[in-house]
Design a protein around this ligand. Structure first.
Ligand SMILES: Nc1ncnc2c1ncn2[C@@H]1O[C@H](COP(=O)(O)OP(=O)(O)O)[C@@H](O)[C@H]1O
Ligand SMILES: [Mg+2]
Length: 284
């Protein structure tokens, strides 16, 4: 058994979709701020970008929709959607113990999965230390959240929109000396509350939880946390420390990235037989 699985077992971690309803983390008052009407109208007019479909980017939800990985993402999206019948579920934080676990890749793919199904989705680069979403997605500038905090007039000036799907992105913004201080600003919390009324989903990517505190602050603004664990990358001690710091009622799922699974074989067999029946290679 792998070290990662052992660590998870040790803590009896399981997805907590049935967790009891808790209070709205951003508060009703944020949703009643004035001056929305004009700004939300501008959403469709923001600067556009074209999402890369290069396989090297690993945006499988876009480039390889007929793979098991893309199917798993659709399954995760469906579970998140179902959760809405019992509790607030819109703001999703992607977190992990250390760098390179796959948080950014997962955040981008989940956002693409929702947007591909026609749901208005906002992806926020909440890693203000070392943001990677803008190059990953093919956005030519990192101008975004930190710049908005310096000039909090209209957030739509800092959003970009994918050309073909309802996917908006708020990049991390220009480098700042104290990224955590920007996340902790009351204005940032208010912004998340305001944006929640504009979109069906908000996915927030975050920096590693060991040793940074940013994810914990972001999680107070989110309904759920997705914890990404990567076989061969996530150290067991860092994972245990991370699990300790996540509020259990908010832990929606632990996502095993890069894990070897037999399911892949069955998935391929299943679709191969479908292809045989239809006589062409294009079927799902
Ligand atoms: N399952 C995977 N297989 C191969 N490479 C991966 C996988 N998941 C992530 N990567 C690669 O690992 C690197 C780090 O991923 P990233 O999502 O940026 O991690 P994080 O945001 O947690 O630091 C990227 O180059 C990404 O393409
Ligand atoms: Mg990242």
């Amino acid at each position: 058994m792998s070290r990662v699985f052992e660590a998870l077992q040790q803590l009896h971690v399981r997805a907590s979709a049935e967790a009891p309803m808790d209070t709205d983390p951003v508060g009703e008052s944020c949703q009643l701020l004035p001056d929305f009407g004009g700004e939300i109208m501008q959403l469709d007019a923001v600067r556009q970008f074209v999402l890369s479909s290069a396989p090297a980017k690993r945006l499988v939800a876009r480039s390889e929709p007929h793979t098991l990985a893309a199917e798993k993402l659709r399954g995760l999206a469906a579970r998140l959607r179902q959760t809405r019948s019992s509790r607030e579920c819109k703001r999703i934080l992607t977190a992990s113990a250390v760098r390179a676990d796959g948080k950014s890749m997962m955040s981008a793919n989940l956002a693409i999965t929702f947007a591909s199904q026609g749901e208005r989705t906002l992806l926020i680069d909440g890693d203000l230390h070392k943001p990677t979403l803008h190059p990953l997605l093919g956005i030519d500038s990192r101008r975004g959240l930190t710049d908005w905090t310096e000039d909090p007039s209209s957030i739509t000036d800092y959003l970009v929109r994918e050309q073909r799907m309802p996917l908006w992105v708020l990049p991390a913004g220009s480098p700042v000396d104290q990224p955590l201080a920007k996340v902790q600003l009351p204005a940032t919390r208010e912004l998340i509350g305001r944006l929640s009324t504009w979109f069906d989903w908000i996915i927030i990517d975050s920096p590693p939880m060991v040793p940074l505190a940013d994810s914990n602050v972001w999680s107070t603004m989110c309904d759920f946390v997705l914890l990404v664990v990567r076989e061969g990358v996530t150290p067991k001690r860092a994972l245990l420390k991370t699990l300790d710091s996540i509020e259990r009622a908010k832990l929606f799922a632990v996502i095993l990235n890069d894990a070897v699974s037999n399911e892949s074989k069955y998935y391929k067999q299943y679709y191969a037989s479908d292809t045989d029946r239809t006589g062409n290679g294009n079927s799902k």
